[in-house]
Unconditional design. Structure first.
Length: 249
């Protein structure tokens, strides 16, 4: 009897499974096929992406070697052409190299445009965009207004920015050009107060403070000529009588 009940139970299970398969079998096949296709697509995309990066790396090395023996103008054209076709990070690297050789060639306008193009790339790493913004500001610091420089460098003044010190230095230089000596002193002091500031940058900040010192309000009394102080003391002594004169002498 036990075997009979077992056989009946197995028949019922097979019948139930058969009904479920007839009802949902095609859907299950479709889901399984979809999973296989998605997995194949992901693997294929990763393989293609890797091959593109390998190819871009080889192309970047090739262009870099060609640029070593080329004129700055020719090197800029090489890197510009690479930037137009390279994917992702290699486009950013090529654009930065293009800007550097354009600057070397004396074409400041074209170099500025290349740096600003990198700074505006939302997909580029933040540190690369920041560097491009600093490089562009270096080109403009002698020509742009102080307000323009503040607007350009504001995104880099966050304490977490690795370019904060460089941005403060450029703002101090621009402020000096605008005779905003209080701002020169404050920006230089912010550089000095940052414990992460490199020694060279800290030294330049001290120089900027020294340049600003004669124009600061608190320096006026300290810089007054000693002769004026002596004359004033002597005049007061004459007014107070012989005893005061003796003390002055």
């Amino acid at each position: 009897m036990t075997d009979l009940f077992r056989e009946v139970e197995e028949d019922l299970r097979r019948e139930q499974f058969s009904k479920l398969w007839d009802k949902y079998g095609l859907y299950l096949i479709g889901v399984a096929a979809g999973i296989v296709l998605i997995a194949a697509a992901v693997i294929g995309w990763r393989t293609w992406s890797y091959s593109q990066k390998v190819e871009a790396s080889a192309r970047f090395d090739e262009v870099t070697k060609q640029a070593e023996s080329a004129t700055p103008e020719e090197a800029a054209a090489l890197f510009g052409g690479l930037a137009a076709e390279a994917p992702g990070g290699y486009e950013t690297l090529a654009r930065l190299r293009e800007a550097a050789v354009l600057l070397e060639a004396g074409d400041h306008a074209a170099a500025l445009a290349a740096y600003e193009r990198v700074a505006a790339q939302s997909g580029a790493p933040a540190i690369m965009r920041g560097m491009a913004r600093i490089k562009a500001a270096f080109i403009l610091v002698d020509e742009a207004s102080y307000d323009d420089m503040k607007a350009r460098l504001q995104p880099l003044l966050d304490p977490s920015s690795p370019w904060r010190g460089n941005a403060l230095e450029l703002l101090a230089l621009s402020a000096a050009k605008a005779d905003a000596w209080q701002d020169v002193n404050e920006n230089a002091q912010a550089i000095i107060d940052d414990p992460a500031t490199p020694a060279g940058l800290r030294d330049r900040a001290h120089v900027l403070q020294a340049l600003a010192a004669p124009y600061m309000p608190q320096s006026a009394a300290a810089d007054a000529p000693a002769s004026e102080s002596t004359e004033t003391a002597e005049e007061e002594a004459v007014e107070q009588g012989p005893d005061a004169q003796e003390e002055t002498e």
